[in-house]
Design a protein. Structure first.
Lengths: 405, 140
């Protein structure tokens, strides 16, 4: 069956509007994706029919809410092929997921240890490790990248050594779109007995991940980048790893017994889910997952990679157009500069013509520093973008460049 | 020399000429391009306006009772916006700058049209210019 992008667009009500008198062309999907009707309806249904707090009380609504939320946990488990549902933790987002691990690792890390990340990370996969190293005296190391925005693995064996406690890196770079060689890095980490974390923020909406095939210790997903609600993330962790980590936050839901002197913690996953969870978000995310899988991640990835290829080709004909991040293996992110223009100015003039792109550092200051640039403009594609939209984008960009030069 | 109020009225008239916001932006860009370039040595941290998304440098000099303003920016729209403010405030008496009400920004629609982060940048520029003027007028 051929990919019916118009049928998909019908499912996203937000796309059908005018911005400054022009049809909206939404190309900021790496920041957040729009939500299909299935997600909006699931949230409406939840508040119209099922709303109650979960995991407590015997009344019907509470049971319905609990069942709906736990069904999503099982769906996520199946989606990434985790061994058991208890290995799926719901968090406030990937930042929260990574902080949960980095905080917990204080219990297992020592001053002679090191943590290895890469030069390609989002701030959310840099700062928690910097903080962990500051607290424990451990050292933070970076796998460098080359001028194409690819990781330079020639130093991998030297950087990841017998003192490495954790190797944490993203599957796909949000700023440049580089798809990293996950298995190569994981293999080295495993060879020295280091723990591993892969940040799936950008891969969630584009690629199918099998955590058992990777044999990774921790993996993260972001609901809002996968067409689901904001404020929700996933932390997958192997049972033995999650059990070794102390909880990051204390409160309700995460305890077994509480006395005024001491509390004992609940088993996983609840140990890491203090407080009332983001029930509506979880239910919406469940609907998003079902929707993604009904379209098919492989079909989505093929469509997006065709869009990227077309955009790269057509935009390169603009005089002075320069792509930042030209890795051989790339996801649907196009970070760019146009000679003689500032990305902020491009962003404003594109917006005036209905085109939504991101401008700035994309929470990746070290990457921008390596390229000696203040930031880029970034177009990122999703399942609902079209080739016609790329033509509109190109025409708008040409007009902006003419005005600015 | 037109007063601050007269300058504002002239700018409102100028911008009314353009119906489409793309054309208004084009005018802002042209004003930015027309602003004399800044000395490279002046592009230092001390002259950076805090709170702008792009880099905006602003310098003020006292000449008699008047204030002269000089500015530059790495993004041309930001430079155009600061050029509009300079158009209104340059060569005006310090006391009047400090007390000025900039209603024209609403009349042009600029304030409403900018994104919140850019509107904050605009407010930071105005604050900085008024701060210079206040310092010069109280130094008398």
């Amino acid at each position: 069956m051929s990919y019916d992008v118009q049928a998909i667009r019908e499912q996203f009500p937000i796309l059908h509007q005018q911005i400054h008198g022009r049809p909206l062309v939404y190309l900021d999907n790496a920041a957040t994706a729009q939500k299909p009707l299935a997600v909006i309806e699931a949230i409406t249904h939840y508040y119209t029919k099922d709303n109650a707090n979960v995991h407590r009380g015997v009344h019907t609504l509470s049971q319905r809410s609990t069942d709906a939320m736990e069904a999503v946990r099982a769906d996520v488990c199946a989606h990434i092929n985790a061994r058991e549902v208890a290995e799926i933790i719901f968090t406030r987002g990937i930042t929260d997921s990574i902080n949960t691990v980095a905080f917990g690792m204080e219990a297992v890390i020592e001053p002679h240890h090191n943590v290895v990340i890469t030069a390609l990370e989002h701030h959310s996969n840099i700062v928690p490790w910097q903080m962990l190293c500051e607290r424990t005296g451990a050292t933070l190391r970076y796998i460098p990248m080359n001028d194409k925005g690819e990781l330079d693995l020639s130093t991998l064996n030297a950087l990841v050594d017998e003192h490495t406690a954790m190797v944490a890196f993203n599957h796909i770079s949000n700023a440049l779109g580089t798809i990293n060689p996950v298995k190569t890095i994981l293999a080295r980490a495993k060879a020295v007995g280091a723990w591993t974390l892969v940040d799936g923020a950008q891969s969630g909406p584009h690629a199918k991940v099998d955590v058992q095939d990777w044999d990774v210790d921790f993996f993260t997903l972001s609901s809002h980048k996968m067409y689901g609600p904001t404020g929700l993330g996933v932390l997958y962790g192997k049972r033995e790893r999650l059990e070794a980590l102390p909880p990051y936050q204390g409160g309700g839901e995460m305890i077994a017994t509480v006395t005024l002197e001491k509390s004992t913690y609940a088993a996983i996953p609840h140990k890491f889910e203090a407080g009332t969870p983001h029930i509506e978000g979880i239910i919406g995310f469940g609907a998003a997952l079902k929707y993604i899988n009904s379209v098919g991640l492989e079909a989505i990835a093929a469509h997006e990679s065709a869009l990227l290829e077309y955009a790269t080709k057509t935009l390169s004909s603009i005089d002075g157009f320069r792509i930042i991040g030209t890795a051989a293996n790339k996801a649907s992110v196009l970070s760019f500069l146009v000679e003689g223009t500032h990305p902020y100015d491009l962003g404003v003039l594109l917006d005036q013509q209905g085109i939504a792109v991101r401008t700035g550092q994309h929470c990746t200051q070290p990457i921008m520093d390596q390229f000696c640039i203040a930031g880029t403009a970034r177009a990122s594609f999703a399942m609902y973008n079209t080739f016609e939209e790329i033509d509109l984008f190109k025409a708008a960009l040409e007009r902006a460049v003419t005005m600015l030069r | 020399m037109p007063t601050i109020t007269e300058k504002q009225a002239l700018l409102v008239e100028e911008f009314e000429f353009f119906e489409e916001w793309m054309d208004k932006y084009n005018h802002i860009i042209e004003m930015g391009k027309a602003l004399p370039p800044f000395e490279v040595a002046d592009k230092n941290e001390d002259l950076l306006v805090q709170g702008c998304q792009s880099k905006v440098w602003l310098k003020a000099e006292k000449q008699g009772n008047q204030v002269r303003f000089f500015a530059d920016a790495d993004a041309i729209i930001a430079k155009g916006i600061v050029a509009i403010l300079i158009d209104v405030f340059d060569n005006q008496p310090a006391v009047e700058i400090a007390a000025a009400d900039l209603g024209f920004l609403e009349d042009i629609g600029l304030k409403d049209h900018l994104s919140p982060t850019r509107a904050n940048g605009l407010m930071s520029m105005i604050k900085q210019m008024k701060f210079y003027a206040l310092a010069f007028s109280s130094a008398n």
